[in-house]
Design a protein around this ligand. Structure first.
Ligand SMILES: [Zn+2]
Length: 181
């Protein structure tokens, strides 16, 4: 039997991809398809050269629901949060969501300062309605937990946080895209 595990990208079904892990070891990672028109990301876990898990895409893949008007760097932050979620880097994921919120507000003309002040300014400037304001405060709250010692975040918290952040960014974008009346 070959030591190699042969598989194909779950999205484009392109060329064979071969994996091998010599020795007693576990690899947890994200395999990115090399087909430039695909670039699909597959989380996988290999234990002692046995492919234990190979997913067709990131478990939380809500970044694809982001409004097309949202800049690429913010989309990249949400993707990074999704990767961190799979790798169970919960604090890193919370930090990326907080950062996406902060950059999203700066892009809408809110001056850069401590985030709580920025959220208040955004509300005063009419960029956030009551619901989106509460979403923004929640995202900041999770980011604060991620940044502080002796606080922990669970995987479920992060999955919810990523969903909330995408919802918040979409609502911010849709609200500011409408002409003022
Ligand atoms: Zn592919």
């Amino acid at each position: 039997m070959s030591d190699w595990t042969t598989l194909k990208c779950a999205k484009c079904h392109g060329d064979d991809i071969r994996l091998m892990c010599k020795g007693a070891a576990t690899i947890t990672g994200i395999l990115k398809c090399g087909n430039s028109s695909c670039n699909n990301e597959h989380p996988f876990t290999m234990v002692n050269n046995y492919l234990q898990e190979f997913l067709p895409n990131l478990p939380v893949e809500v970044s694809q629901n982001l409004n097309a008007a949202i800049p690429d760097d913010i989309i990249a932050d949400i993707k990074e949060a999704e990767r961190a979620e799979y790798l169970q880097c919960h604090k890193a994921a919370a930090t990326m969501c907080r950062r996406a919120l902060q950059i999203g507000l700066i892009d809408k003309g809110v001056s850069d300062k401590p985030l709580s002040g920025m959220i208040e300014d955004a509300k005063t400037q009419g960029l956030l309605d009551d619901k989106t304001y509460i979403l923004a405060k929640s995202i900041k709250g999770f980011g604060d937990i991620g940044a502080h010692r002796n606080e922990t975040l669970e995987r479920g918290d992060i999955q919810m946080l990523i969903h909330l952040t995408v919802k918040m960014l979409n609502e911010l974008t849709e609200r500011t895209a409408r002409p003022a009346n």
